[in-house]
Write a protein that binds this ligand. Structure first.
Ligand SMILES: [Zn+2]
Length: 421
């Protein structure tokens, strides 16, 4: 391939809102130029250049959709990773419970059909297969689709667009339930994606969409979940508009604890006999009471993020001046957003440890902090263990309890930097 041709399409600037086309001018938070947060470096690439791209979230003052002002091409973001869903037992139990409850709620039988967008290796659809409900998935990664087929789950290998939806609807008919879990934020062209959902939906069918809630992201200061592959950050205020524009309506919404605070939206055709239930109005009023249909909370969030950076650096500088040693726990994408935004390298953090053997001996993107196996903490005996995947901090503190033996303290970087005695 010709290098210049690739570079030409690496990144596309967005000057207008992805949904409504209004000029996109208001900054939410500018996290600087960063490498893709999952692009961990092998030792062989240590002296190679790294690609960095602007990471700047803005908010549309017309429809209040929070979004990045640039699209980095997916080939640049997903370079070497095969995305397999988590296999943890608790996660799978959560999936099974969801499959069982939604089948009973919608009274799905062997005469119905279920479709999952971004179905991965079939981690969720396997439970529909067990319940005897016909289903298939759509996923762009050929290797994970192969893994799904191995479990008896039919998978269409493709990105999901309105055009693909037309083709699939012709071949397989429309579906009674369409599931889009944690994919809605990864869509650069949101209107086209939602139009696609509508085209494969049966007249009285339901779409369920799970997504981190931008209200919680701002409230809990989770700015490190802003990544290049998350193009949009969703609120009901913005999403009800998006659904309406494509002939759909939101009929119900649930709040979930996953990913620091998520929502599961239930969506139907505009003509569907169901009216929105009280959950929709309740959450919409909560968003309005926080001012999410005004510029105020978005501006305050940006200032709070800059404040968090100064506090974290102050803590680290004080610790180093006092001769303390700091090690990081975990090498998740969000950790890299945080470290690169704050400019934290080996000058503050000696190394990070991670349970995934694939990452050992490699380096974090941008900061180039070395990644070691978990046991390295017990050899180094640091004074502080900075927990980067804060969403599972309880679990990590339980697993690493033994570090307290030499007086090591856990530190959480957000919502505000805090050592845990
Ligand atoms: Zn807009």
């Amino acid at each position: 391939m010709i290098q210049s041709a690739i570079q030409h399409h690496e990144v596309t600037q967005r000057t207008t809102c992805r949904h409504c086309g209004h000029p996109l001018q208001r900054s939410l938070v500018d996290l600087g130029a960063q490498p893709p947060c999952e692009a961990i470096l092998p030792e062989s690439a240590f002296y190679e250049p790294e690609s960095i791209y602007p990471l700047h979230a803005k908010v549309c003052e017309h429809c209040w959709l929070v979004q990045l002002d640039a699209d980095v091409s997916p080939e640049k973001i997903y370079t070497e990773y095969a995305y397999y869903s988590s296999y943890s037992d608790s996660w799978l139990a959560h999936m099974q419970a969801y499959a069982e409850s939604i089948c009973s709620k919608l009274r799905l039988t062997e005469r119905n059909q279920v479709t999952e967008i971004a179905s991965n290796d079939g981690y969720l659809l396997q439970y529909f297969v067990k319940l005897g409900i016909p289903c298939y998935g759509i996923d762009p990664a050929a290797n994970v689709a192969e893994a799904a087929r191995g479990r008896g789950i039919e998978t269409v290998v493709s990105f999901f667009t309105a055009e693909v939806a037309d083709r699939v609807a012709k071949e397989r008919g429309r579906s009674d339930l369409i599931i889009a879990n944690n994919v809605f934020g990864h869509i650069p062209d949101i209107n086209d994606f939602v139009q696609g959902l509508k085209r494969i939906l049966q007249d009285s069918g339901t779409i369920t969409i799970e997504i981190p809630h931008v209200m919680r992201l701002m409230e809990r200061n989770q700015f490190d979940t802003i990544y290049h592959e998350h193009y949009c950050y969703h609120s009901l205020i913005a999403d009800t508009r998006i659904f309406e524009s494509q002939g759909l309506k939101l009929v119900s919404v649930e709040e979930l604890p996953t990913h620091g605070g998520s929502i599961r939206m239930h969506v139907a055709h505009r003509e569907d006999s169901r009216d929105p239930d009280e959950s929709v109005e309740r959450l919409l009023s909560m968003e309005r009471s926080q001012g999410l249909d005004t510029i105020v909370p978005y501006q305050a969030f940006g200032e709070r993020v800059r404040q968090t950076k100064r506090s974290l650096l102050r803590f680290l500088i004080d610790a180093k001046e006092a001769g303390k040693r700091i090690v990081g726990y975990g090498a998740p994408g969000k950790g890299n957003t945080l470290l690169n935004y704050c400019g934290i390298r080996e000058d503050f953090i000696d190394f990070v440890v991670d349970r995934n053997p694939y990452k050992h001996g490699k380096f974090l993107p941008g900061s180039r902090i070395p990644i070691k196996e978990v046991d390295a903490v017990f050899d180094a005996r640091p004074d502080y263990l900075l927990i980067l995947p804060w969403n599972i901090s309880e679990e990590i503190m339980r697993q690493m309890e033994a570090v307290r033996a030499w007086g090591c303290q856990f530190v959480l970087p957000i919502p505000e930097v805090k050592p845990i005695p």
